[in-house]
Design a protein around this ligand. Structure first.
Ligand SMILES: Cc1cc2nc3c(=O)[nH]c(=O)nc-3n(C[C@H](O)[C@H](O)[C@H](O)COP(=O)(O)OP(=O)(O)OC[C@H]3O[C@@H](n4cnc5c(N)ncnc54)[C@H](O)[C@@H]3O)c2cc1C
Length: 433
C-alpha cells in the first residue's frame, strides 16, 4: 500500500515520492503546470494509470496527472477518426466508441490503461496482420516544457509523429490523441488446450490462420492454452454468469490460490503448474470485440516482455522453458506469446518487422531477477526489443543498434524537449541523456 505522498504502480513494486503533484483540468492548466515546473528547474513526468512495470512514469520532481483530460473530444464516424483526451481510460473509450458504432482495431489483454500511457510504451494486442495500438494514431497534441502546445500530424510533421507515437513519456505531455477507429465488430474467441510442441511447430501457420492468435504455457507443463479470436458476422452472445465464473473464479481466484501456494512452498511449483496446465479449459465466446479482447487481471505480478522477429519466436520460447527447467527456477506463472505486424514508429518493438512477443511473469513478492536476466540474454540473441512498460535491464547503448530509426527519435527529442525536462531516471537510462 502506497504511503501518503507516495505514488506506486499497479503491481505495487515501483514507488516514488514526487516533490509536487499537479492535476490540471484543462490544457491551459496543463501548460501552466508544466511551464511553471520547468521554469523552477524541476523535471516533469506524466502518470497514466500506473500500469507499467518499469519506473517509466516515476519522478521526484513534478508528477502531472492528466486524469481530467479525458473523454471523446470529437468524432467522425464516417472516417473513423476520433479525438480523445490523453487521460481517457481505454475502458471508457471502448464504451464511447461502441455508442458511435465504432471500435479500436485491436487491444491488449486489459483496458485499464490511459490512451496516452498505452501508446507511449507501445502497448499491443495480438494478430499477425494488426500492428500495435499506437500505429493507429493519426495526430497527437503535445504540451512542451515551455508550456507551448504542438499538434503533430501525419500530414504536417510525419517524422515527429513517428517519434511521438511511442515517446516513452520523454517528449512532452500528450493532451489529446486522434485515433483511427473502425466499424464495430464481433469476435468469436475459442480457447483450446493443446500440446505445446504442436503449437510451437505450427506457430507461424496458426498466427496466419487467425485474426488474433496467442497462447499461454506453464513452463513445467507440456501443454499450451491456445486462444484464437476471429471476426464473425453472428450477433454477440454475452456470457453473463459463465464469464464471471471463468474470468474471476478460474482465471483469478484459482490462479491466486495456486500462485500463493507455490510462493509458500516453492518445491510444489512444478506439480502446481502441471495441474494448472491440465485444468486450463477450453471455451467459446462470441461478443463485441472490446469485451472479447480484454480480461480481468486481479492477481498482482511483475513482467518482462520482448519482441523478436516472428520466425525466432518458437526457438526463443523453447530456450526460456529449457532454462527454467534446467535451473529448477520457481515460476508458476505462464509464458504468454503473441504476434503483431510491423509498424513504423521509431521506438516500436515491432519496428518494420513482423514480431513475436514473449512475456514472462513472476508472482508478486517472489524472486524475478535471475529469471528475467536469463530471459533477456536469450532475447538478446534475436535482437529482441523490450516493451517500454515492462521490466528489462537494457541501456541506451545496448538498445540504439536495435532500432533503425534511433537517430530520428533523438532528433525529435532534441527538437521537442531540448532541456530534457521530461527525462526521468528511466528515460535517461534507456534513451540516454
Ligand atoms: C495487468 C496488466 C496487463 C497488461 N497488458 C498489456 C498488454 O496486453 N499489452 C501490452 O502491450 N501491455 C500491457 N500492459 C502494459 C501496459 O499496457 C503499459 O505499461 C501502459 O503503458 C500502461 O498505461 P498507463 O496508462 O498505466 O501508463 P503509465 O504506466 O502510467 O505510464 C506509461 C508511460 O506513458 C507516459 N505517459 C502517460 N500518460 C502520458 C501523457 N498524457 N503524456 C505523455 N506521456 C504519458 C508515462 O510518463 C510513462 O512513460 C499491461 C500491464 C498490466 C499491469
Amino acid at each position: 500500500m502506497a504511503q501518503l505522498g507516495e505514488w506506486s504502480n499497479w503491481a505495487g513494486d515501483q514507488r516514488c515520492r514526487p516533490a509536487r503533484v499537479a492535476a490540471p483540468r484543462t490544457v491551459e492548466e496543463l501548460a501552466e503546470a508544466i511551464g511553471g515546473a520547468a521554469a523552477a528547474g524541476q523535471k516533469v513526468s506524466i502518470a497514466g494509470s500506473g500500469h507499467s512495470f518499469t519506473e517509466t512514469a516515476m519522478t521526484d520532481g513534478t508528477m502531472v496527472e492528466v486524469e481530467a483530460l479525458r473523454g471523446v473530444l470529437d468524432a467522425d464516424p464516417e472516417s473513423g477518426l476520433v479525438r480523445v483526451g490523453g487521460g481517457t481510460v481505454l475502458r471508457e473509450l471502448n464504451t464511447a466508441l461502441a455508442g458511435l458504432g465504432l471500435a479500436l482495431e485491436n487491444l491488449g489483454d486489459i483496458d485499464a490503461q490511459t490512451v496516452a500511457g498505452a501508446i507511449s510504451t507501445g502497448t499491443h494486442g495480438t494478430g499477425a496482420t494488426y500492428a500495435n495500438i499506437s500505429s493507429r494514431v493519426e495526430a497527437i497534441e503535445l504540451v512542451l516544457a515551455d508550456g507551448s502546445v504542438r499538434e503533430l500530424t501525419a500530414a504536417g510533421e510525419p517524422e515527429l509523429l513517428r517519434a511521438a507515437r511511442i515517446g516513452v513519456g520523454a517528449l512532452g505531455a500528450i493532451s489529446a490523441v486522434t485515433l483511427r477507429c473502425f466499424p464495430a465488430f464481433v469476435l468469436e474467441r475459442v480457447d483450446e488446450p493443446r500440446p505445446r510442441e504442436e503449437v510451437l511447430g505450427r506457430f507461424e501457420e496458426l498466427a496466419e490462420a487467425n485474426d488474433h492468435f496467442e497462447f499461454f504455457t506453464f513452463p513445467y507443463s507440456d501443454r499450451a492454452l491456445v486462444l484464437e479470436r476471429n471476426r464473425v458476422d453472428s450477433p454477440p452472445r454475452p456470457r453473463g454468469v459463465a464469464a464471471f465464473l471463468n474470468d474471476i473464479v478460474l482465471e483469478n481466484w484459482t490462479l491466486e490460490a495456486l500462485a500463493a501456494t507455490g510462493k509458500a512452498i516453492p518445491r510444489t511449483i512444478p506439480s502446481l503448474a502441471r495441474f494448472a496446465g491440465w485444468v486450463a479449459s477450453g471455451g467459446r465466446t462470441v461478443d463485441h470485440s472490446h469485451r472479447v479482447f480484454v480480461n480481468q487481471r486481479k492477481v498482482r505480478f511483475t513482467e518482462m516482455e520482448y519482441g523478436v522477429p516472428l520466425e525466432h519466436g518458437p526457438t526463443a520460447v523453447r530456450r526460456v522453458i529449457e532454462w527454467i527447467r534446467q535451473n529448477r527456477f520457481p515460476v508458476f506463472f505462464p509464458i504468454e506469446v503473441r504476434v503483431t505486424a510491423g509498424d513504423d514508429a521509431d521506438l516500436s518493438a515491432a519496428h518494420e518487422r513482423p514480431t513475436a512477443y514473449i512475456a514472462v511473469h513472476q508472482y508478486r513478492g517472489m524472486e524475478w531477477r535471475p529469471y528475467f536476466e536469463a530471459v533477456e540474454s536469450i532475447m538478446n540473441d534475436y535482437g529482441g526489443r523490450p516493451h517500454w512498460g515492462k521490466r528489462h535491464f537494457q541501456t541506451a547503448a545496448t538498445l540504439a543498434p536495435r532500432y533503425p530509426k534511433w537517430a530520428e527519435f533523438q532528433k525529435a527529442r532534441d527538437e521537442l524537449d531540448p532541456q530534457r525536462v521530461f527525462t526521468n531516471e528511466y528515460a535517461a537510462r534507456v534513451l540516454g541523456p
